[in-house]
Design a protein around this ligand. Sequence first.
Ligand code: JFZ
Length: 426
Amino acid sequence: MHDTKQQWFKDAKFGLFIHWGLYAVLAGEYKGKRTERIAEWIMNDLDIPVEEYRKLVGQFCPSKFDADALVKRAKEQWGMRYIVFTAKHHEGFAMYDSKVSDYNVVKETPYGQDIVRQLRKACDKYGMRLGFYYSQAQDWNDPDGYMYGKDNSRKNYRAYLERICFPQVRELLTEYGEISIMWFDTPMGTTPEESRELYELVKSLQPNCIISGRIGNDMGEYLTTGDNFIPSLPYEGDWEVPATLNDTWGYNQYDHNWKSPEEIIRLLVKINSRGGNYLLNIGPKASGEIPEESIAILDEVGAYVNANGEGIFGTKHVGIYTYDLDWGMFTRKDYKLYVHVFKPRIRLEFLNIGNKVTGAYLVSDKSELEYETCITCDGFRMIEVKVPKEYHGRKNYCICLETEEAEPMYQPIEKGTIPKAFWSRA
Ligand code: JFZ
């Protein structure tokens, strides 16, 4: 079981991933050819020669980038508690003023400003935690980086670690204030010793900086699932699902396969109900603007999160309920069971929850709800909550059942396996 030992991470539940780099200039297409893969992989997918790709620096001028507005919106409207930003992705281009490599946004673009510095300032202003995505093995700009020229046979990865990776991780962790997460990725052929060296470097500079699962060799402080892959069952310990709003991380002008706000709300609650954090991505355009579809979706998701944050932040994973509810999902805190309701109901019925309910309320305004409890003829507890009339046609709201017991107590579907204690409680 993974334990970050950082309560903020356990409570955070919802973070913002930002994938931004030179690939945004191409936006999914190069010389009339569209990539069919995730847009930040376009150099690799379309075999763009390094010298050709490097010329993109001359077109990177995100004059419309507004770090302050973005971080303010992410914190206050979208309800996100941390940001993970691509300081350097596989393309090898640093989105900050790196003294290690001139291939960076300050040194080589007409824009000439430090993106990370702007995010740092905005995160400090709005109390948002900041982390960095850093591609520690793949570097398509450096002959000693993995997947350079799609050939891993002649590289000196040790030289790459010492010349680029370690010094850049050092500058990121010494020049930009408190960093909450180092989000490493695709460790490729990294040896256990190399992962350990990277781990020790991070901890030597910022002991409280959490190291993500993809540092390699099982040395992550939390589990990073596969992209957009949600564990089917509740999972003990600290873990996170990196996920997209459409089908790409970096901006792709042709990817319109956006998930709906309702789908995102359900995914957030589903991940939280199983004990994980949802790290949800946006891919800014080359202009620095956030795709309007991303903003529209996250504004609506954020309205739910802000109204029902009590049932999201600081919750723990719930066990597997006896029945499959097609209209709702649970999250929980001690002595409180939250029910996120996704479809219109006039009554909420819960069979085989053995808990003694001591109160019920609507999370958004704390208004009390009427409820009844009975024991069915075959001996199972039935809890029934009356939905206020004004909510009969509503979906996407959350209620709280206050219980005498600290944890949810699901009764099995089969009688006879229930401890005697349940039978005595009417
Ligand atoms: C990696 C990157 O290659 C990709 O560009 C993006 O940044 C994503 C968040 O991370 O892609 C992966 C890495 C690992 C898995 C899947 C996609 N995995 O282990 O399933």
